[in-house]
Design a protein around this ligand. Structure first.
Ligand SMILES: [Fe+2]
Length: 146
């Protein structure tokens, strides 16, 4: 695996770790008429990201690379912005989540391209399955925002 691909994978891993915590923040602090639906939906998203965190890190290990594995390293490498703990309305929460899912989708697309260029099919396949999930999540979020 080329250095560029492992750096991109670790940057993605860092964003997944930060987003995992951020989705809990949104899950806890969302308020409004659709509280229950959004609160429960966000739980499905962070549960799914915990698998993405693990499979991304293990893919790095299988390719002889070291995955970032501390909150300090994740915060240093992440481009997802954390939020303070504060109540947020449903629309704000959905918009924040949508923007983050679009960012993760772009990152997964970039990694998929790079991995395919290196003939690293296990990583390009892994990213393709992540991309399928992001496409569905983005559809759900856009529909909830209409
Ligand atoms: Fe919960």
């Amino acid at each position: 695996m080329k250095k560029e691909l492992s750096t991109k994978m670790n940057s993605y891993l860092a964003n997944i770790a930060v987003e995992y915590v951020k989705l809990h923040n949104l899950h806890w602090n969302v308020v409004g008429g659709q509280f229950k639906a959004v609160h429960e939906y966000l739980e499905t998203l962070y549960d799914a990201l915990s698998d993405v965190l693990d499979t991304t890190a293990e893919a790095l290990k299988m390719n002889g690379e070291m995955p970032l594995a501390s909150m300090k390293d994740y915060l240093a490498a992440a481009t997802v912005k954390e939020l303070d703990s504060a109540e947020m309305n449903v629309k704000q929460v959905l918009e924040i989540t949508l923007a983050d899912m679009e960012l993760l989708k772009q990152q997964a697309e970039d990694i998929r391209r790079e991995a395919a260029d290196e003939d690293n099919y296990s990583i390009s396949n892994l990213m393709e399955s992540n991309l399928e999930n992001y496409a569905k999540t983005i559809w759900f979020l856009n529909s909830m925002l209409k």
